[in-house]
Design a protein around this ligand. Structure first.
Ligand code: ZN
Length: 425
């Protein structure tokens, strides 16, 4: 849905993009966690917010060419941030066969398609935790340089995983498996040190590891710890010494706690977390990125889909029951939580559906929004430029009809998306 946009060309004959944008926000949640305010003006210079003022400032009182955006009947908040996406693919009944013929170039182009869907859904920043490295780095850089539209991407490339573990290739005949093994498969601390250095050398902003088994790998090896303690410690030390943070896919309790003890920065999924996990998360400040969407959506669509082998089906049922319950316990205990969906397992562009799942599991609406803005920016160590609508930050702003603090599902239909000061939709 488009809102009325009034463009005032005050500089006759100007052909360049307006350097100042003025937004009238009916209600503005500038800093999630603090109360919203009504009748606010946001002033943007280029791609940065320069001021937020009480009342509706007159655009003609500002110098130069001014674009005015009337959101006086909308609820305005910072652009949303999804800390767990896989933009270069999407699960389908053909996924297993597609691995045989979809090229890296094609994955990149598909990624551009899914990136735009994600951006139009109001997500102006994502952390992509697992993709073919060349594909996701090219997509990240193409978006950054303005060649294709999409959210700004903080990217891990190919996942670090143990041989035969989740993240390695599985389910094909031996000759094919031998061809496909990524350079990020590592065994033993020395080999994992090499894998971290290799990933950073080729462009990783983050290191993604699979500390435990995974629901969607076609193996019957469970969801418990797969990387050993010495591998985990070496990965954290090497990554942190290079100024790069580590996200650990972890379902089983033993793997969650081993990754936390080794100093991991975020636990992805955290399905079978326990009291000790909560204690460790509070002690280290590590974030939980709960990704409830697959548990709720995938279980309902498995029947008749050949991707879901018996190995996988058993794990989906096991994991989805525990995930929401343990997320609710961790939230009440006060651990750091950042929003993430695992989009690719579920369709891209439906990212905001996760909010209602978080709220239904016991989270306050304000805290759910906080997890996708302020907390996500902190996890990325980008709080100086992202996460709130304040002077000096990048102008990533969305608007919705209705009040998400009363009905979180209004975030599923974003009316206006502005990224880097430019209107997307
Ligand atoms: Zn994932």
């Amino acid at each position: 849905m488009r809102t009325a946009i009034v463009i005032l060309s005050l500089l006759a004959g100007a052909v360049c993009q307006a350097d100042t944008t003025v937004i009238h926000a009916g209600t503005l949640l500038a800093t999630p966690g603090s109360e919203p305010r009504s009748r606010q003006t946001i002033i943007i210079d280029g791609n940065r917010i320069s001021d937020v003022r009480d009342g509706f400032a007159d655009p003609s009182s500002l110098p130069g060419e001014v674009t005015a955006i009337d959101l006086s009947d909308k609820f305005v908040l910072p652009g949303l941030m999804d800390m767990h996406t896989h933009l270069t693919g999407e699960l389908s009944p053909n996924t297993r066969n597609e691995a045989l013929y979809v090229t890296t170039s094609m994955e990149t182009l598909r990624g551009a398609h899914y990136a735009l869907k994600t951006l139009r859904a109001g997500f102006t920043t994502v952390r992509n935790v697992g993709a073919k490295s060349e594909a996701i780095y090219a997509l990240r850089d193409a978006i950054r340089d303005g060649y294709v539209p999409g959210p700004r991407i903080f990217a891990a490339g190919s996942t670090l995983a143990a041989t035969g573990g989740h993240g390695d290739v599985d389910g094909y005949k031996a000759e094919l498996l031998a061809l496909w093994t990524p350079r990020t498969i590592c065994d033993g601390p020395h080999d994992c040190r090499r894998a971290v250095r290799h990933a950073v050398k080729f462009g990783a902003d983050w290191i993604k590891i699979t500390a435990t088994g995974g629901v969607l790998s076609d193996t019957a090896t469970g969801l418990n710890q797969q990387m050993t303690d010495d591998e985990l410690v070496e990965i954290m030390q090497t990554a942190h010494s290079l100024g790069v943070k580590v996200a650990a896919h972890a379902h089983g309790t033993d793997g969650i706690n081993a990754a936390l003890r080794a100093g991991v920065d975020s636990i992805e999924h955290g399905t079978f977390l326990d009291r000790e996990s909560i204690r460790l998360m509070k002690q280290t400040g590590a974030y939980l990125v709960p990704t409830l969407s697959p548990g709720f959506k995938v279980a309902a669509t498995m029947e008749g889909n050949p991707f879901f082998t018996d190995n996988i089906k058993a794990k989906v049922i096991d994991a989805s029951e525990a995930a929401a319950r343990n997320f609710g316990i961790a939230y009440k205990a006060g651990v750091n939580i950042a929003f993430g969906t695992d989009s690719a397992v579920t369709p891209h562009g439906e990212n905001a559906d996760e909010f209602a799942m978080m709220v239904n599991a016991g989270m306050r609406e304000m805290d759910a929004i906080f997890s996708a803005t302020v907390a996500a920016a902190a996890l990325l160590e980008q709080s100086n430029i992202l996460g709130t609508i304040e002077a000096g930050k990048l102008a990533d702003i969305i608007a919705v009809d209705g009040n998400p603090l009363e009905d979180i599902t209004v975030l599923e239909n974003v009316a206006v998306v502005i990224k880097d000061g430019r209107i997307v939709n």
